[in-house]
Design a protein. Structure first.
Length: 142
């Protein structure tokens, strides 16, 4: 696979989520830095470090065959000349499902390299459930 150049952190992030939705391991790893200092934490999982652990984790996830639609919302992006940090909500839904089946709060860190922007860290955590608002108390005027 030829080296892909991501001119902006947003381009790298778009490719990351495209790879995730398509379960494309080669595209997924094209987004990651070739540095051995990369880090990935999947929701509820251990800290994975280095190319081998990160690649193997995605290979296992993609091998499960669980295709899901993904919609990214609530992005907060902090960018500098060499580093960008994105905090997002990942909203997954299964094929044919109208509502989300799982939400993940994720932090993605990108580094500007000679080969364009590359992911150096991804940390996903289960999103807390949405609390039901308390019932409105009746207003009594005296």
């Amino acid at each position: 696979m030829p080296l892909q150049i991501f001119p902006t952190p947003q381009d790298a992030e778009a490719a990351f989520y495209e790879a995730l939705e398509r379960t494309d391991l080669e595209l997924m790893m094209a987004v990651w830095s070739e540095d051995e200092e990369i880090v990935c934490v999947h929701p509820g999982g251990p800290r994975l470090a280095g190319q081998d652990q990160v690649r193997e984790s995605w290979r296992q996830i993609f091998a499960s065959g669980a295709a899901a639609r993904l919609h990214v919302t609530k992005q907060v992006a902090i960018s500098g000349a060499m580093v960008a940090v994105h905090s997002v909500h990942e909203n997954f839904s299964g094929p044919g499902e109208s509502g989300p089946m799982q939400a993940v709060v994720a932090t993605n860190v990108y580094l500007r390299t000679a080969a364009g922007w590359r992911m150096v860290a991804h940390h996903g955590s289960p999103a807390p459930g949405t609390a039901e608002p308390p019932p409105a108390s009746p207003k009594i005027l005296h």
